[in-house]
Design a protein around this ligand. Structure first.
Ligand SMILES: [Zn+2]
Length: 254
């Protein structure tokens, strides 16, 4: 999950942009994926954030317990829901959705807000890191998050990705109106079995209490489709693995 801070490609206007962004939010400072503003320093940079919390994401998905009571995620994705715009926010490529798509988790509705990417993946499954991880970020009326993570492996090219990437490239800070319907169902694996645990946003402010649903089956995209996103995002835009600290991970079985 990514917050909305912006970065100028030259870095020269970084302070100016930060002050503009800071006016519109409580977030201060500027974080990145390397060096003095990298993940090890997020807790210092982002005062008051959860980044040094005990129940953070991402994690390595291991020691999971089968739970036959887990129901399939109730997906209400419609083929008429439009993507409003796509932005390169300096941390990822992010597609912002118009209202319409939602999921139901524990009787609560969570609306799909945005979809973005990490290269390579943030979560690892039994220690395996995938070339790409897609985050579908949903939020409910109380401001709580549920994120669906979809891993992508390299293989045949993906038609939905072809559409999404037709709006690229975008420079950091650049934004493009899409105003086109996108059927999220086409961008998911056929098998909807998942791993579930409770963690956090993987970017500042690293807010905890996030429901994570990580589909077991990856989707397939071409090497070229991975490379296009990779070349537009910071190198290795993933946060390092966080400790489990006693959390249980469950795996569903259809
Ligand atoms: Zn993310």
């Amino acid at each position: 999950m990514l917050s909305g801070c912006k970065e100028d490609s030259s870095g020269n206007n970084r302070r100016a942009l930060d002050s503009v962004v800071a006016q519109g939010s409580s977030q201060q400072g500027h974080w990145s994926y390397e060096g003095e503003t990298g993940p090890e320093h997020w807790a210092e940079i982002e005062a008051g954030s959860d980044c040094n919390g005990k129940f953070q994401s991402p994690i390595n998905i291991v020691k999971y317990k089968e739970n036959t009571n887990l129901k399939p995620v109730a997906l209400y994705y419609a083929n008429k829901t439009k993507i409003h715009d796509v932005t390169n926010n300096g941390h990822s490529i992010q597609y912002n959705f118009e209202p319409g798509d939602y999921i139901v988790v524990n009787g609560l509705r969570y609306d799909l807000k945005q979809v973005h990417f990490h290269e390579p993946s943030e979560h690892t499954i039994d220690g395996v890191r995938y070339p790409l991880e897609m985050h579908l970020v949903h939020i409910n009326d109380s401001g709580q998050y549920t994120v669906i993570a979809v891993m992508a492996k390299e293989g045949i090219s993906s038609i939905p990705f072809e559409f999404l990437e037709s709006f690229l490239p975008l420079k950091p800070g650049e934004n493009k109106i899409v105003d086109f319907p996108f059927d999220m169902n086409d961008n998911l694996p056929e098998n909807k079995e998942y791993y579930f645990y409770i963690g956090s946003l993987t970017t500042p402010p690293c807010t905890e209490g996030v429901n994570w649903y990580i589909f077991k089956e990856p989707i397939t995209v071409s090497l070229e489709q991975v490379e296009l996103l990779k070349n537009l995002m910071p190198v290795n835009n993933y946060r390092n693995e966080q400790p489990h600290n006693g959390r249980q991970i469950y795996v569903s079985r259809d």
